[in-house]
Design a binder for this molecule. Structure first.
Ligand SMILES: Nc1nc2c(ncn2[C@@H]2O[C@H](COP(=O)(O)OP(=O)(O)O)[C@@H](O)[C@H]2O)c(=O)[nH]1
Ligand SMILES: [Mg+2]
Length: 247
């Protein structure tokens, strides 16, 4: 049986995480969840812990201090691999990524290696975000496609499903992203490895509860990081391959 684990990074998501966990767990009796919380001051970890008391399928990694979305994702992926997951889904905890789309992502894995929950393909879309934020996302997507030579419509989507082998082969432990740019670093590594990437339509809704952790400075920083990935990631993967061959 295929084991699926959902990885959810959280920072101050107490208002969302309890119902999100319930919505994910009721999808399938075999699905597991790992929440990676940076010791959120609002008590997110405690909210997860109270669900975990009666639900062993919930795993909680509480990290000391706010270490960032990037390393949270890596720690969560490594934990899911450690647990023997065959498929690993990543998603935000704010309901922008609705759990109802998880079965669609998982189904798509029959004929791809990475499935992206996408706003940019027929049947996908979004609501709740203003025109300016949508335009920024549109520009970011255009920039990323050009720089990384990618054929993906929704490059900034952090709602994705990966085969185990994919996450094992892209050098997770060597990723450099501390912040949200991890989404693009992972995507580019998958692209460089030649994995088959498929976009699955989702409806993205802006968060209703809690606050976004993103700022304009973070956006500008991400665009700069995209250029750095383009310049360095290919060589980093080559070095990794040489090392593993030498072993
Ligand atoms: N563990 C951890 N999670 C984070 C951190 N920053 C953001 N997150 C989580 O990452 C996901 C995406 O962040 P969000 O604020 O929704 O970004 P946005 O969707 O781009 O506005 C959410 O589930 C956040 O709670 C962080 O520093 N550490
Ligand atoms: Mg969000």
């Amino acid at each position: 049986m295929t084991k699926t684990m959902v990885m959810v990074p959280t920072y101050n998501e107490k208002e969302n995480i309890g119902s999100l966990l319930r919505d994910i767990l009721q999808l399938d009796p075999s699905i597991g969840v790992v929440v990676v919380d940076d010791d959120s001051p609002d008590g997110t970890s405690q909210a997860v812990e109270s669900v975990r008391q009666t639900e062993p399928r919930v795993h909680l990694l509480t990290r000391k201090n706010k270490k960032g979305r990037g390393t949270a994702g890596i720690d969560g992926f490594l934990h899911a691999l450690d647990q023997g997951a065959d498929l690993i889904v990543e998603m935000d905890s704010d309901y922008s990524h609705h759990p109802r789309h998880i079965p669609q992502l998982v189904d798509a894995m029959r004929d791809c290696d990475v499935a992206i929950g996408s706003r940019a393909v027929a049947g996908g879309g979004e609501s709740g975000r203003g025109r300016i934020r949508q335009a920024i996302t549109g520009f970011a997507g255009f920039f990323i496609r050009q720089v990384m030579e990618l054929d993906v419509g929704d490059c900034t989507s952090g709602f994705r499903c990966f085969k185990r082998e994919v996450l094992q082969s892209i050098g997770l432990k060597h990723m450099v992203s501390q912040g949200p740019e991890i989404v693009e670093e992972v995507l580019y590594a998958c692209h460089l490895r030649g994995y088959k990437i498929k976009e699955i339509p989702i409806h993205f809704e802006d968060r209703i509860r809690g606050e976004s952790t993103k700022t304009f400075m973070q956006f500008a920083d991400t665009m700069w990081k995209i250029v750095q990935f383009r310049l360095t990631l290919k060589n980093r993967l080559r070095r990794l391959d040489r090392k593993s061959k030498a072993k």
